[in-house]
Write a protein that binds this ligand. Structure first.
Ligand code: NAD
Length: 492
């Protein structure tokens, strides 16, 4: 069994009370790692180390260009260890090795992009409205940034926060999910090897109540970047509000994937599969509501069922596997619960709907790909996030109706539109209440493209140039360069 430690300042250590917890491989049920069960004392030590590194020492005095170079080195270190990082993710969350490897090989781009941006953050000299006064504004880092991530794409989602935070000159305390700590721990090790000064990147592993809450509440934390569930986000927002911290929240979704009657059906079927069944449905942006025009509905559903009935469930490390297990026991229970809810609500099951009994899946947390049709948008299966391989197919007759159904949700993370009509491709995205809209595509993300939600899907945006300003604060400097000259207008 592998043993992991936390990085706090210059030290690698266990929890202050010596306790640990286990990491379980969802494919075979094996306990494969032991991870420190961090405490409020560990949080305090990590935040203080991060604060000290922010205030003084090499990080605090580096030029922005030097910081950018440091980020490039982190990117190189990730690239050199992509396979190892992918293996850790697969053992922790059961996602396909093929997907995790691609994710890890793409991850350095965040450090190259934000590393390149580090010395391009510029302030302004203002043509000031009071004679004799020189005014400029500049952007300054905030201090200690707490990053809190879920288990579904553990390191990717942490990096979306860490890369811009470091580029801006902050220091970080990383709190990974209790279900998937390993990749973030290796990441902290890679930062150390890449020469990032002690205290700049810290990690405290453990549970939401024991580590997450004291971290969010800590008076020396300036900013909280959270990705997780709607409920978790509410706790974090309330907790952070008590000390007026800046917060970003990337939360859940119930995204509508809309297939119009003029869509290329081959593409749309594959797109619908990618939207909901990749990552075993455990994706915040999953296209879990599939809206299909009534004129193509039956054919579309038949094609979708035919496509999905042959998918291979099994070992996520194997290149032959199409869909892995769900990641955690609670997630398995939640998925099966919602399958029952959908049945009771009168949705009609056309595929799956139960735990897998296929040979080779007995020890794992496998759920059959599940398709419900005859779903109404007011059913719980259409309104609540399952976060598993379950799609709710909803029929519509007109474009107006499709848009109204898509927007009739507490969530607003993402949406898909399948059409060959240029007018639709150009006008429907604007009318959808969602942070990201894909037309004839789904599940595209990039370091270049802002990502985040509206409504209960969250607050703030990650990725793209503007994300770096989420980790900076403007400062206004007013200079009276003429000693002895009175400024009678000082107040207004
Ligand atoms: P979760 O809210 O249970 O946990 C997320 C993280 O928050 C974990 O590290 C957890 O330990 C921590 N946490 C929990 N309670 C806390 C508290 N009171 N204070 C501080 N930290 C706390 O979510 P999860 O089950 O790990 O992740 C699945 C959810 O994440 C889904 O709802 C999914 O949609 C969402 N998600 C959103 C995005 C996005 O970008 N919008 C991306 C991936 C996942």
């Amino acid at each position: 069994m592998e043993q992991f430690k936390m990085r706090i300042g210059s030290e690698w250590r266990g929890a202050s009370n010596g306790r640990t917890f286990e990491s379980i491989n969802p494919y075979n049920g094996e306990v494969w790692a032991e991870v420190p069960r961090g405490t409020a004392d560990d949080v305090d030590a990590a935040v203080r180390a991060a604060h000290a590194a922010f205030r003084s020492g090499p990080w605090a005095t580096m030029t922005a260009s030097q910081r950018g170079m440091a980020l490039h080195k982190i990117g190189d270190a990730i690239a050199a260890h992509a396979e190892e990082l992918a293996d850790l993710e697969v053992k922790d969350n059961g996602k396909l090795k093929a997907e995790m490897l691609k994710q890890m090989q793409y991850l350095p781009q965040w450090f190259y992009y934000y590393g390149g941006l580090a010395d391009k953050i510029q302030g302004d000299v203002t043509p000031f409205d009071k004679a004799g006064i020189f005014h400029y504004s500049t952007f300054e880092p905030l201090g200690v940034v707490a990053t809190i991530a879920p288990w579904n794409s553990p390191l990717l989602l942490a990096v979306w926060k860490i890369a811009p935070a470091l580029a801006a000159g902050n220091t970080v305390v990383i709190k990974p999910s209790e279900f998937s700590s390993a990749s973030s721990i290796l990441f902290a090790k890679l930062c150390e090897e890449a020469g990032v000064p002690d205290g700049v990147v810290n990690i405290v592993t453990g549970f939401g109540k024991e580590v997450g809450e004291p971290l969010v509440a800590h008076p020396l934390v300036a900013r909280v970047a959270f990705t997780g569930s709607e409920g978790g986000g509410r706790h974090v927002y309330e907790n952070a509000a008590r000390s007026f911290k800046r917060v970003s929240l990337e939360l859940g979704g119930k995204s509508a994937n809309i297939v119009f009657e003029d869509a290329n059906l081959d593409d749309a079927v594959k797109g619908a599969v990618t939207a909901i069944f990749s990552a075993t449905g455990q994706s915040c942006m999953a296209g879990s509501r599939l809206l299909v025009h009534s004129s193509i509905h039956d054919e579309f559903v038949e094609r979708l069922v035919n496509f999905m009935k042959d998918v291979r469930l099994g070992d996520p490390m194997s290149p032959d596997t199409n869909m892995g297990p769900v990641s955690t026991q609670p997630q398995l229970e939640k998925t099966l619960y919602y399958i029952d809810v959908a049945k009771q609500e009168g949705a009609r099951l056309v595929l799956g709907g139960h735990r897998s009994t296929r040979p080779g899946t007995e020890k794992g947390l496998f759920v059959e790909p599940t398709i419900f049709v005859d779903v109404r948008n007011d059913m719980r299966i259409a309104q609540e996030e399952v976060f598993g391989p379950v799609v709710a197919v909803i029929k519509f007759d007109t474009e107006e109706e499709a848009i109204a159904i898509a927007n009739d949700s507490n969530y607003g993370l993402a949406a898909g539109v399948w059409t060959r009509d240029l007018r639709r491709a150009m006008t429907v995205p604007k009318r959808l209440e969602a942070g990201s809209v894909w037309v004839n595509a789904y599940r595209l993300v990039s370091y270049l493209a802002p990502f985040g939600g509206v409504k209960a899907s969250g607050i703030g945006r990650e990725n793209g140039i503007r994300a770096v300003y989420e980790y900076l604060e403007a400062k206004s400097v007013f200079i009276n360069p003429t000693p002895g000259v009175d400024n009678p207008f000082v107040l207004v």
